[in-house]
Design a protein around this ligand. Structure first.
Ligand SMILES: *Cc1c(COP(=O)(O)O)cnc(C)c1O
Length: 475
């Protein structure tokens, strides 16, 4: 195919119609469990060989290719998808993904994001209001919680470090304090910023894996005595392994007292700000200087789409205060509409369009409905687990993440870890359910994050039956 043909509007029309039909059939089949496997698991080398051979077969048509890709992927819309914290995207948002993929307006400068920059402003203002920030607040979208957390810590450094690290390079030894259960990207961000391992002060957690905030003071004093300058405390809302929410009020008070930056990593759980029923989980979030919330986790947007919201919008303009004359004539001024001034990325996906398409066509209530459904489902799952003596919960979950393990017939406490690891491996290979595992204080647990609102209690019962079946076959 030559360039003329490849750009042909007619070819696109035909390919796209076919793809939409294929996807609609797929969606229906996945949601109604017409195929038995949620994940067609194969070893990496086998999958690599498959695609190498596919390419060797020469040029083919898009329909066969797209069908093959669907067939070989992990099916997030299947109600037995309960694995990692990625949303089965709403179809309308996926369609907006096709739209924005075609328009490809890069966003960094206003002229390249005539639509997406205003939408980003509207969505940031909406989240700011939900968090409880005032009109001083301002936010942005960026590619993922990992990048958003790094960006927030760079803002924290610009605001709180005793010297201008951006201009003069690192001086002194900076540090942040964070719970030992925090997402690994916080550790990574601190190391990228040159803090080294001594600069990441891990605060122990309690029996529910929440930061022991009463220990902040002693760790803070110890750091000072060791010559470190603590610039920020990061609260997890919630943690990744167990979905535990830190006490944000205590952390907020502590930060105020010591003039530290308070960052809330709400990549997963920050979404509860939309829910009247569950927003008390993030009480105190309004004390934060910056908050990260992933739209692609509990808010049904295709990845990646992450909000970073600042209590004081001015802070967001200090993060990357370098000059790029060819991009922005008016470098010094704080323009919300040139989004690249405040983001790590230069060219950026039109992620605001995907989110806005949900807001506009479904209404804001759908976000609360999803959060409530997923949390309620976790509570129902806990009830089932509590009355089945073959299973043990790690903790009473606060969110839609549930960690549990098989401790039933034929097993003994010496081999629970191996047993549960083997069960999870068997589940993966069978592919009928997709769940993951995590190790907490040396105990290995099966881990379910309920991301698909079409999962029902029946599906959860079926999961437990499958686990028991595998365990008995092994015994
Ligand atoms: C998922 C998650 C992250 C990482 O976000 P990505 O969007 O995957 O980069 C960071 N922190 C927490 C608490 C998370 O749950």
């Amino acid at each position: 195919m030559n360039l003329q043909q490849a750009y042909s509007a007619e070819t696109f029309r035909q390919d796209a119609h076919k793809l939409v039909d294929t996807l609609a059939d797929y969606l229906h089949a996945a949601q109604s469990q017409q195929f038995e496997t949620v994940i067609p698991y194969r070893l990496p080398e086998d999958n690599l060989r498959f695609w190498q051979e596919d390419l060797q077969q020469g040029i083919g048509d898009s329909t066969a290719l797209f069908e093959e890709i669907i067939c070989q992927s992990n099916h997030l819309h299947h109600p037995h998808y309960m694995g990692h914290q990625v949303s089965p995207p709403l179809p309308i948002a996926a369609l907006a993904g096709l739209l924005t993929g075609m328009l490809n307006n890069g966003m960094a400068v206003y002229e390249m994001g005539l639509v997406s920059n205003p939408l980003e402003r509207i969505l940031s203002d909406l989240l700011a209001e939900k968090i409880g920030f005032t009109s001083q607040s301002s936010g942005l979208l960026t590619s993922g919680g990992t990048l958003a957390n790094l960006t927030a810590l760079l803002s924290a450094r610009a605001a709180k470090a005793p010297t201008d690290v951006w201009e003069d390079g690192t001086a002194g030894r900076l540090a942040v304090m964070v719970s030992e259960e925090a997402h690994y990207c916080i550790d990574r961000a601190a190391r990228i910023m040159g803090m080294g391992s001594e600069g990441i002060i891990k605060i122990p957690t309690n029996a529910r894996f929440q930061m022991r905030t009463e220990l902040l003071e002693v760790h803070y004093q110890r750091a000072k005595e060791a010559g470190l300058t603590v610039i920020a405390v990061i609260g997890s809302a919630c943690s990744t392994s167990t979905g535990s929410y830190d006490d944000l009020i205590s952390i907020g008070d502590f930060c105020q007292q010591h003039n530290l930056w308070f960052h809330v990593d709400g990549a997963h759980g920050g979404a509860v700000v939309f829910s009247e029923k569950y927003k008390s989980l993030v009480k105190g979030i309004e004390l934060a200087d910056s908050v990260v919330i992933d739209w692609h986790k509990m808010l049904m947007t295709p990845a990646l789409a992450t909000a970073l919201i600042f209590k004081n919008g001015e802070d967001s303009f200090q993060t990357f205060h370098q000059k790029a004359q060819y991009l922005w004539a008016n470098q010094g001024s704080h323009e919300w509409f040139n989004s690249g001034k405040r983001t790590f990325e230069c060219t950026k996906l039109m992620m605001s369009v995907k989110i806005y398409s949900i807001l506009k066509t479904c209404g804001e209530g759908i976000f609360a409905e999803n959060v409530n459904t997923l949390h309620d489902l976790a509570k129902a799952f806990v009830e089932i687990l509590n009355v089945n003596s073959a299973f043990e919960l790690a903790i009473e979950p606060q969110s839609n993440i549930v960690c549990f393990r098989y401790v039933g017939e034929g097993s003994s406490s010496e081999n629970y870890n191996t047993l549960n690891a083997t069960i999870r491996q068997r589940l993966l290979e069978e592919g009928k359910f997709y769940i993951v595992q995590t190790t907490l204080r040396e105990k290995l647990y099966l881990r379910v994050s309920l991301m698909n609102p079409l999962t029902t209690v029946r599906d959860l019962r079926a999961l437990l039956e499958e686990v028991e079946k595998i365990a008995k076959e092994m015994g």
